[in-house]
Design a protein around this ligand. Structure first.
Ligand SMILES: [Zn+2]
Length: 215
């Protein structure tokens, strides 16, 4: 049973007195668990923090989502759908290469954690890199359309994701591959023509930084 199934199962379960009285688990039993949780998998608090914040992590090209237990760490209440990604936004006019633009565009993708200003303290370059907490249960966006202030012309900004796990080229969900896609192919279109997200794999002249490329 995966975490989603467990959450649905717990939500549907309404235990009552007929199922037995509410019992108390002794505090010392819980304290031992808290200690074990802190040490779990990691050799030091610094290593634990790095692993929890430096994602995304992949296993066999599948997204591996880690989450820090809150409260008592009840599995059905943990959120395993949010993961951090470095996202590159391309085709931004030079006059708009600013942190503010990165934040505005990044918010269209997820929760903005950081806009990369590099060692120069600016966003100048061929794209703006934004660190974003993304909901992995939603489809990947392939672009953003926007009008620049005082201008009626619509500009298309192209989105590329660094360290992208396997995903569906047809509907862009990370949760399945295109051969498992529940959406039927567009009738009449040549084979492969409806795979409109396959370009996301082709990160142009990757500007992945060494700290992100090491995984
Ligand atoms: Zn699909």
């Amino acid at each position: 049973m995966d975490s989603d199934e467990l959450t649905r199962f717990c939500e549907a379960l309404s235990l009552c007195d007929e199922d037995g009285e509410v019992i108390t688990i002794e505090r010392r039993a819980k304290d031992a668990g808290v200690q074990k949780l802190k040490q779990c998998l990691f050799q030091s608090p610094a290593e634990r923090k790095r692993v929890l914040t430096d994602g995304p992590w992949l296993f066999d090209r599948a997204l591996l989502i880690l989450t820090e237990p809150q409260g008592t760490g009840e599995l059905s209440k943990l959120n395993f759908s949010i993961a951090p990604f470095w996202v590159q936004i391309h085709n931004i006019p030079i006059v708009c290469m600013t942190v503010e633009t990165g934040e505005i565009l990044g918010k269209r993708i997820g929760e903005v954690l950081e806009v990369d200003i590099g060692s120069t303290g600016t966003c100048l370059g061929n794209c703006i890199r934004v660190r974003i907490l993304m909901d992995a249960t939603k489809p990947l966006k392939r672009g953003i359309r926007a009008k620049l202030g005082g201008c009626n012309e619509v500009t298309q900004f192209v989105i590329f994701y660094e360290r992208l796990p396997d995903f569906c080229f047809r509907c862009s969900y990370i949760r399945h591959l295109y051969r498992e896609c529940p959406i039927p192919p567009t009738s009449g279109s040549p084979a492969g023509q409806d795979l409109k997200y396959s370009h996301l794999l082709k990160l142009p002249n990757s500007s992945v930084k060494p700290r992100d490329a090491r995984r």
